[in-house]
Design a protein around this ligand. Structure first.
Ligand code: TXA
Ligand code: MG
Length: 341
């Protein structure tokens, strides 16, 4: 795209999925703007990874701590791999995972190539980079037009619930971002799975849209973070995150007075009298539950506050398949919130 004199929009532009809408989103990003757009996982807040100034705006808009690096988005695996070195012990695993899951909800962390132009603000000055090739016609087209890495965290204020629709994004960021490309509700509904391949064995940094079982089928055993290997390798895994304003209580087997209910499957009698219920999936389908998780938290929080409810109780969830990502998000949504109040 050519750089001519250009001024960023003065209010948040609403763009739709049309040739003009996608082109305008790409144009704003190419000129240093910040644009929210849908991906198959959640809505992202995108800017050029190579521009310190543009990336700094993402951190500022989100209120995100600067030590938490961003994921870089690309139109194709080739472009993604050009930013890193594959001269590593887990080279075959990296290629096999990309071949199987890209485009799709998987992020790979790999050692940065010395020639990469991704700025240190985006990578939090780490020696590794997080790469993702997202799925979806509109975002693929937009990334192709931009033809450069696009840094995009979830399009919410840091610590709050991730957005799976354009209206979730606008409820927090309207007026603060240059534009939003409304691509409809995100199909997967939870963020990408993040796997670190820069060490001796694959390490799962964040469970997400690709299940652990599916990963292991392709690349063999995957380690999980423990407090021992956690600190240096996943700076972004803050314990309190995805937090609604109302307090969240996990594994509920009863309902307290005026508590909303985040249900999963058949609702037992002891929970049925909750005044406000969102069922993630009546058929206990975990993919459906993931797609409805953030919308459910947004709804229960908004409507619960409006009705003066005291909190949200969540029913137990299984820990296999997509359940792992759901439990991770719920645990962090329920964790104490040192940064708030
Ligand atoms: O589905 C997704 O991944 C969404 C959409 C918009 O693509 N993006 C997203 O970004 O969830 P964000 O910023 O909310 O989460 C990025 C995660 C953080 O936990 C961060 O610490 C981790 O990726 N990360 C990024 N670079 C890393 C690196 N070099 N090493 C380890 N972890 C890294
Ligand atoms: Mg996020």
């Amino acid at each position: 795209m050519t750089l001519q004199s250009f001024s960023l929009p003065s209010a948040t532009e609403r763009l739709t999925v049309s040739y003009d809408g996608i082109r305008r989103a790409a144009e704003i990003i190419c000129h240093g703007g910040v644009v929210a757009f849908g991906t198959e996982t959640v809505y992202g807040l995108g800017a050029l990874s190579t521009s310190r100034k543009a990336v700094a705006r993402i951190f500022d808009i989100k209120g995100r701590p600067s030590f938490n690096p961003l994921i870089n988005h690309f139109a194709t695996p080739d472009r993604a791999f050009a930013e890193v070195t594959l001269d590593i012990p887990l080279r075959e695993q990296a290629l096999a995972l990309a071949e199987r899951f890209w485009p799709g909800p998987l992020t790979l962390v790999l050692p940065r190539h010395e020639g990469s132009r991704i700025c240190d603000t985006a990578s939090a000055a780490l020696p590794s980079l997080a790469l993702r090739v997202p799925q979806g016609r509109a975002i693929q087209e937009m990334l192709r037009l931009i033809d450069a890495p696009v840094a995009a965290p979830s399009a919410n204020r840091s610590g709050l619930i991730s957005p799976s629709t354009a209206s979730h994004v606008l409820s927090g960021l309207d007026g603060k971002i240059d534009a939003i490309l409304d691509t409809g509700p995100s199909a997967v509904g939870v963020e990408s799975t993040v796997v670190d391949l820069s060490g001796a064995r694959p390490l799962l940094l964040r469970p997400g849209g690709i299940t652990r079982e599916a990963l292991e089928e392709i690349c063999g055993p995957v380690d999980t973070q423990t407090s021992d290997n956690h600190q240096p390798r996943s700076p972004g895994q803050l314990s309190s995150h995805y937090a609604p304003h109302l307090p969240l209580r996990l594994n509920a087997d009863h309902i307290k007075a005026s508590e909303a209910l985040l249900a999963f499957g058949h609702i037992p009698g002891a929970l049925r009298h909750s005044p406000l219920i969102w069922n993630l999936s009546e058929n206990e389908d975990l993919a459906e539950a993931a797609a409805r998780l953030f919308a459910g938290l947004h709804f229960l929080d908004y409507e619960g506050k409006r009705r003066n409810l005291s909190g949200i109780a969540a029913m137990p969830l299984p820990s296999h398949g997509m359940g792992l990502a759901l439990l991770d998000r719920l645990r962090r949504a329920a964790a104490p919130r040192p940064h708030q109040n």
